[in-house]
Design a protein around this ligand. Structure first.
Ligand code: GAR
Length: 218
């Protein structure tokens, strides 16, 4: 492992963290996880990181009642101390203040379980079902201070199937999250991603016109 130093922020399960750990285990992957930081001491993802020999830290937001800037300053210090260059939010369920977002501008990314800008916020899979969309998915994007807004780096689309419930749809999307997040980190670490006028350009990207998802299939 070597390359761009990544800090992963989690609050829970950590399956996207696991996908990044697995990707970074490949010696050819151009990034390494320098720190996994959780706002919850019981986040399952911490054990995944420890099991992979990755440094972990807990900054519990409840230790800073009414003082969000101090909570974020403590996280910022941990990330800087670990030499983190790119912050990856992976199921990190606290909203971040503009100062923290600005401090990491264009060096902090998030994964969200919908095809943004549709279905920002929570319960994305049930809301996609309720809206009757035929295609759903996930998005990796740069973080801006508005929630689930920012230049889009990678999206993956999946079909919504007739018998889907939120659980089945979530599982189909999650499988693609685990591909999309490592891809986004790889592209950034390779220096191929540029933000221009709040849109992302990926250098050396070959458009693939053949892989259109048409649902229902003709
Ligand atoms: C993932 O589905 C991620 O997209 C979502 O939380 C889950 C975390 O799972 N993030 C958000 O909803 C952020 N708005 P994980 O802990 O297994 O990676």
């Amino acid at each position: 492992m070597a390359g761009l130093k990544v800090g992963v922020l989690i609050s829970g399960r950590g399956s996207n963290l696991q996908a990044l750990i697995d990707a970074a285990a490949d010696p050819d992957f151009p990034a390494e996880i320098a720190l996994v930081l959780s706002n919850k001491a019981d986040a399952a993802g911490l054990a995944r990181a420890a099991g992979a020999g990755i440094a972990t830290a807990v900054v519990d937001h409840r230790g800073f009642p009414g003082d969000k800037p101090a909570f974020e300053a403590a996280m910022d210090a941990r990330l800087r101390d670990a030499g983190v260059e790119l912050v990856c939010l992976a199921g990190f369920m606290r909203l971040l203040s503009p100062w923290f977002v600005d401090a990491w501008r264009d060096w902090m990314i998030n994964i969200h379980p919908s095809l943004l800008p549709a279905f920002k916020g929570l319960d994305t899979h049930q809301r996609a079902l309720d809206a009757g969309v035929r295609v759903h998915g996930c998005t990796v994007h740069y973080v801006r201070s508005e929630m689930d807004v920012g230049p889009i780096i990678v999206q993956a689309a999946v079909p919504v199937l007739p018998d889907d419930d939120a659980h089945a749809l979530a599982g189909r999307v999650l499988a693609q999250e685990h591909r999309a997040y490592p891809l986004a980190v790889r592209l950034i670490a390779e220096g191929r991603v540029r933000v221009e006028n709040e849109r992302v350009r990926v250098e050396g990207h070959a458009p693939d016109g053949a892989s259109v998802l048409l649902n229902p299939a003709p």
